[in-house]
Design a protein around this ligand. Structure first.
Ligand code: GRF
Length: 220
C-alpha cells in the first residue's frame, strides 16, 4: 500500500475527494498524514475526523523560507511517504525542497497549464474570454505552477459563467483527475523520467476524461 502525505492550506475538498477514492476497494494508496501551514485550514478537521494524523507547521513562525522548507521536510519524512500531494497548499517551495522530492511531489492547479499559472485563474480565464478552461495535475518543479503534466480535464466556459460557477465546474473535475493521478502513481504506471512523464495507461483512457466534459457543454 503506497503511503501518501497531503499538504493543504485551506478548505480541503481535494483532500476529501482523495479520501473518498482511497475508501474504494482496491485503491492502492492511503493517506498517512495531512500537514497544513495554516492552523485554521478546514481540511485538518476532515483528516482528524477520519483519525488520520495531522500536523501544522505555521510558516509565520519561520524567519526564512528555507527554514520552513527544512522543517516541513522533517515532518514529511517522519511519515515515510512514497508520494507527496499538494492539495491547495499555498506556499512556494524552494528548489532544495523540490529536488529532495523530485518525481514524487505532485500538485493540482485550477487551469489548463501552461495557461494561467498563479492566482485567480478563473477570473483571468473569464477576462481573457477563453472558451475552454480546466485543471492540471503535474509533477512539481522549482518553477511555480510548471512541471510535467500528468493529466488535465477541460470544461467549457459558458457565457453565463461568473467566477464562482466556473470555479465549481473546474473543481468537480479536480476531484476526478487528482485521485486518478494518485492511483496511476500508486499502481506504478506513472513515473518521471529525465524530466518527462512516462504513463503506462491506454491513451484513450486518459483522453476519455477530457472529451466528455466538452461534449456535455449545454448549447450556448
Ligand atoms: C484547488 O482549486 C486547487 O486546484 C488549488 O487550490 C484549490 C484547493 O481547494 N491548488 P481545496 O482546498 O482542495 O478545496
Amino acid at each position: 500500500m503506497m503511503r501518501v502525505v497531503v499538504l493543504i492550506s485551506g478548505r480541503g475538498s481535494n483532500l476529501a475527494s482523495l479520501f473518498a477514492a482511497t475508501d474504494r476497494d482496491g485503491f492502492p494508496a492511503r493517506v498517512v498524514a495531512v500537514i497544513s501551514n495554516r492552523p485554521a485550514a478546514q481540511g485538518l478537521a476532515i483528516a482528524a475526523a477520519r483519525g488520520v494524523p495531522t500536523d501544522v507547521l505555521d510558516h509565520r513562525q519561520f524567519a526564512e523560507r528555507g527554514q520552513f522548507d527544512t522543517a516541513l521536510a522533517g515532518v514529511i519524512d517522519g511519515f515515510m511517504p512514497d508520494l507527496i500531494v499538494l492539495a491547495g497548499f499555498m506556499r512556494i517551495l524552494g528548489e532544495g525542497f523540490v529536488r529532495r522530492y523530485e518525481g514524487r511531489l505532485i500538485n493540482i492547479h485550477p487551469s489548463l497549464l501552461p495557461a494561467f499559472p498563479g492566482l485567480h485563474t478563473h477570473r483571468r480565464a473569464l477576462l481573457e474570454g477563453v472558451r475552454i478552461h480546466g485543471c492540471t495535475v503535474h509533477f512539481v518543479t522549482a518553477d511555480l505552477d510548471h512541471g510535467p503534466v500528468i493529466i488535465q480535464a477541460a470544461v467549457p466556459v459558458l457565457d453565463s459563467d461568473d467566477e464562482d460557477t466556473l470555479a465549481a465546474r473546474v473543481l468537480a473535475q479536480e476531484h476526478v483527475v487528482y485521485p486518478q493521478a494518485v492511483r496511476w502513481f500508486a499502481e506504478g504506471r506513472l513515473h518521471l523520467c529525465a524530466g518527462r512523464i512516462v504513463l503506462d495507461v491506454p491513451q484513450d483512457g486518459a483522453s476519455a476524461l477530457i472529451a466528455p466534459q466538452i461534449a456535455r457543454c449545454p448549447p450556448c
